[in-house]
Design a protein around this ligand. Structure first.
Ligand code: SAM
Length: 361
């Protein structure tokens, strides 16, 4: 790491680096704060101060310091790297990626930036981009082999990575409802509600589980049919929003595939959720187990022509009618309804989908 600043820096800077390496970031933070307050710190002191703040849990403070440092040293790779790292601590993934890319433009040989850029792509659910960045690093890089293994597994997994989905929706949660409803003309909940009126008219007081409940838009559409309404979602931030709606009896942060293992319900809902799962066999098997006799599983998917399923360019999976019908048959469901629909828009174009009702005899 380049040394910069006054000759006075040597002692305390090395001490702070040692403290950080020993896991004593809070001590390093105090030491560096004192140094900077005395006007004795340069780039390296600021860089380490941001890192010490981040590592001791003060992520907002780390970002503040890293931003100041990047403004003071706009053409120095180490300052850009520190800002990228602080953005990552604050879970601001897209700007963090941009900052690591800028770091590498300033100093292409900075391996730490390459490692963090690859790790950020991995977190963003982009294993191919991660692997291409990791390709420029030596196999000796600490932690690299584990990251490469994670990226390779993600590439072949027949579903979206749970960490990627959680992160995506934790970020999206704040303005999810307004963006979905106004910008994307989201209609999956009301489409499913209309389907329910067709295939299961007059049913009320149902035990309902909303799979991937998000902020509760689909739960709200089905509240009147429910005697009990539960929800599960991978994203804690989405669950908080759903809780604030006050319509659910129970909400859990959980993966659909595990949530169905012990459940018993009359109606399962999955509005725009199965687009994060490729192979639906574990979910269909779980749904067949979790439903009471004469129960229904209502969901939307994005549609694919011909057979099977595929990952689309927006990292959402698409499923074919043939695949859905064959799988329903395999696990013992009757297809009570399967209709073309447009659950939402994307870049002003309709997204083609299916709304499906499966019935457990
Ligand atoms: C597009 S949102 C739909 C939310 C809600 N159903 C609605 O109609 O507004 C998809 C939701 O599914 C959740 N999700 C995706 N995959 C999941 C999984 N495997 N287990 C649990 N939740 C999942 C996401 O966290 C997100 O909240």
């Amino acid at each position: 790491m380049p040394r910069e600043g006054s000759p006075l820096e040597g002692g305390p800077i090395e001490e702070a680096e040692r403290q950080i390496a020993d896991g004593r970031a809070a001590d390093a933070k105090e030491l560096l704060r004192g140094l900077l307050e005395e006007g004795r710190g340069g780039l390296l002191a600021r860089f380490l101060y941001a890192r010490a703040r981040g590592l001791s849990g003060d992520t907002a403070g780390a970002l503040e310091t890293a931003r100041e440092t990047a403004m003071l040293y706009p053409h120095v790779a180490q300052a850009a790297l520190g800002l990228g790292e602080a953005l990552l601590w604050c879970e601001l993934l897209a700007p963090a990626i941009a900052e690591f890319q800028r770091t590498l433009r300033l100093e292409p040989a900075l391996d730490q930036a390459r490692f963090l850029l690859g790790s950020a792509w991995l977190q963003a659910g982009e294993p191919d981009k991660a692997l291409s960045v990791f390709g420029g690093l030596s196999d000796e890089t600490p932690g690299l082999l584990e990251k490469v293994a994670q990226a390779s597994a993600m590439r072949t997994q027949p579903r979206s990575d749970a960490g990627y989905v959680r992160h995506l929706f934790d970020q999206f949660s704040a303005d999810y409802d307004s963006r979905m409803l106004s910008q994307l003309s989201y209609r999956a909940p009301e489409i499913l509600r209309q389907l329910a009126d067709l295939v299961m008219p007059q049913r009320k007081d149902l035990a309902v589980l909303d799979l991937g409940c998000g902020t509760g838009l689909c739960g709200a559409a089905f509240e009147a049919l429910a005697g009990r309404l539960d929800g599960v979602d991978l994203s804690p931030a989405m669950i908080l929003k759903a809780r604030a709606r006050g319509i659910y009896d129970k909400l859990d942060v959980a993966d659909i595939e595990s949530a169905l293992v012990t459940a018993h319900y009359d109606l399962l809902l999955a509005a725009d959720t199965l687009v994060y799962l490729g192979n639906l066999e574990p979910t269909f098997l779980g749904a067949a187990r979790a439903l009471n006799a004469d129960g229904f599983f209502l969901f939307t998917v994005e549609s694919k022509q011909d057979d099977g399923f595929e990952l689309g360019p927006k990292r959402r999976w698409r499923h074919s009618e043939n695949y859905l019908r064959a799988l329903a048959d395999k696990v013992g469901f009757e297809v009570a309804g399967l209709m073309d629909c447009v659950p939402r828009m994307e870049a002003n174009a309709p997204v083609e989908g299916f709304a499906v009702a499966l019935h457990k005899p």
